[in-house]
Ligand binder design. Structure first.
Ligand code: IDP
Ligand code: MG
Length: 142
């Protein structure tokens, strides 16, 4: 069975451009409920760990630099089939390929500066949620 939680990050490009509110509204309008949210600034160590799976990729150092260039807003979202439904809402990694009506189509400026993160599996949603939030037993679905 598919889980009902995913982890997103509103990335530094979107926060600094003043798009936090517009992006949150798109998430809410699409039926996602906010379970936990914070406004924070990642260290290089944290960003490097979060994206460790990409550490061998040529864009890794730039990605870590970008993700630490300003504040971010990590959020745990709840919806049926949350991971897949949210990946659909954000659109393709490269905004040039993102479908109309998606968050990245509207707010991303490049394949790197693409406005939002979305977990790619239930397992990673759980790992990434614990990366940013503690005491999650308080937020178990009722
Ligand atoms: P995703 O965010 O759509 O899951 P991933 O392949 O997991 O995409 O890549 C993680 C992040 O790394 C992307 O969201 C983007 O910010 C950055 N990234 C991915 N591919 C490239 C690239 O080819 N050039 C520069 N940055 C990239
Ligand atoms: Mg990914």
């Amino acid at each position: 069975m598919k889980g009902n939680r995913t982890l997103t990050i509103i990335k530094p490009d979107a926060v600094s451009a003043g798009n936090t509110g517009g992006i949150l509204q798109m998430m809410i309008d699409a039926g996602f409920k906010i379970v936990a949210m914070k406004y924070t600034w990642l260290t290089a160590g944290q960003a490097g760990k979060f994206y460790a799976v990409h550490s061998a990729r040529p864009f890794y150092n730039d990605l870590v630099q970008f993700m630490t260039s300003g504040p971010v807003v990590p959020i745990i979202l709840d919806a049926d089939n949350a991971v897949d439904a949210f990946r659909k809402l954000i659109g393709a990694t490269n905004p040039e390929s993102a479908a109309e009506g998606t968050i990245r189509k509207r707010f991303a400026s490049s394949v790197e500066r693409n406005a939002v993160h979305g977990s790619d599996s239930d397992e990673n949603a759980a790992i990434e949620s614990c990366f940013f939030f503690s005491g999650l037993e308080m937020f178990e679905a009722k």
